[in-house]
Design a protein around this ligand. Structure first.
Ligand SMILES: Cc1cc2nc3c(=O)[nH]c(=O)nc-3n(C[C@H](O)[C@H](O)[C@H](O)COP(=O)(O)O)c2cc1C
Length: 371
């Protein structure tokens, strides 16, 4: 039976107090003016989730360096003072509305739809085709060049500098995007990483870049600044991928992340629901494994805007927090609706008919409200 209290009761990630267990999942909105500087419209968009009662907001994936990290045109960055200042406005207004906000740090690697000259762990053509709606670049992804060791150092420095800037901008923490097929997931994944150095081969080696980034970030931010990591089996260009050794892979990955010192692990399900993305091919729960093995805060994702499903995930101890993507787009006030027994609106893909920008969403909302 639905236990609203379980979803809506107070909780915390380490010292970061949260008013409930609901999280806005990171969602790229490609809504800057090309300079990567967050806009007032983005401020309004993020503040709306805080006003709507979400316990935690994770920002869209934000690029970390000026070399090879940017995924999409108009994606926000955190690489210079102006971008940092733009984010500062967002953290202030989110906090003023009673919310908590964590920045997702993202490197596109071979899946960049912004660059023609891309980098990845190995020179392997990404499978499938570029995402529609995020960039004029469409069709096949370019063949990336394999990163050399100094380019890998640049990636690590980019994440560290970005984390320091995020703290200065007033964020409550950062989330390292190691999911969904982007750079760090490319290192982790067997078929996109054929390196023969310390970053390839065994699964421990394939985790190494993420582990090094976490370790170094811990040295440059304050002790109470939250460091999370997002991980997934599925990818934007391979929804059905599962870790070949299921729980054994999970055990190695989660242990490495815990030992590196993360405060939470966020397990994403790319688009098809918790049972599709968060279970091994034998049906075992990866979030539950992560929770039992590490004792860290675990965030689960995938179709959890259905309150019964969110309740099940918490009740059955798969996770401590539930992250909503499309459900939050359709209900910026999902926690308030749940609290007050107001009907939860189903996500309507038409919201993206004119693009995935915030502008397009606001216009679509106006037009549907006017009907
Ligand atoms: C418009 C859009 C943009 C997204 N951008 C990101 C992103 O920047 N970083 C990320 O980790 N996941 C991103 N995702 C994936 C979501 O965080 C989430 O994992 C996915 O929507 C599944 O959750 P849901 O069933 O609650 O929608 C995006 C999803 C959508 C719909």
């Amino acid at each position: 039976m639905l236990n609203k209290t379980l979803i809506l009761e107070n909780t915390a990630i380490k010292q970061l107090a949260l008013k409930n267990k609901t999280v806005v999942a990171p969602m790229t909105r490609v809504s800057t003016k090309g300079d990567g500087i967050p806009t007032q419209q983005m401020e309004k968009y993020y503040q709306r989730y805080a006003k709507g009662g979400f316990g935690l907001i994770i920002t869209e994936g934000t690029y970390t360096d000026r070399s090879f990290s940017q995924s999409y045109p108009n994606q926000p960055g955190i690489t210079n003072d102006k971008q940092q200042k733009g984010w500062e406005n967002i953290t202030h207004s989110t906090h003023a509305a009673g919310g908590k906000i964590i920045m997702q740090l993202m490197h596109a690697g071979a899946l960049s739809q912004h660059l023609s000259n891309t980098r990845g762990p190995s020179s392997i053509q990404p499978i499938r085709r570029m995402l529609e709606g995020y960039s004029k670049k469409q069709g096949q992804y370019p063949l990336p060049q394999a990163m050399n060791l100094s380019e890998i150092d640049e990636v690590i420095n980019g994440f560290c500098n970005a984390a320091m800037r995020a703290e200065k901008a007033g964020f409550d923490g950062i989330e390292i995007h190691a999911a969904n097929g982007y750079l760090l997931d490319q290192f982790l994944t067997d078929y996109t990483n054929e390196r023969e150095d310390q970053y390839g081969g065994s699964i421990e080696n394939r985790c190494r870049l993420t582990v090094e980034i976490i370790t170094l970030i811990k040295n440059v931010v304050s002790r109470n600044f939250i460091i999370g990591v997002r991980i997934s089996q599925g990818k934007v260009n391979d929804f059905n991928y599962t870790w070949p050794n299921g729980l054994n892979d999970g055990e190695i990955i989660f242990t490495a992340l815990k030992n590196a010192g993360v405060d939470y692990i966020h397990i994403a399900s790319e688009g098809k629901g918790f049972d599709h993305g968060c279970l091994t091919r034998n049906g075992e729960s990866l979030p539950k494994l992560a929770k039992e093995l590490t004792g860290l805060t675990i965030i689960a994702n995938g179709g959890l805007d259905n309150p019964n499903e969110a309740n099940r995930i918490l009740q059955d101890k798969h996770a401590d927090l539930v992250a909503l993507g499309t459900g939050a787009l359709a209900n910026f006030d999902w926690p308030t609706r749940l609290q007050n027994d107001i009907t939860i609106t189903s996500f309507n893909p038409d919201i993206f008919a004119k693009g995935v920008t915030i502008e397009a969403q606001f216009k679509w909302e106006e037009s549907t409200n006017a009907e």
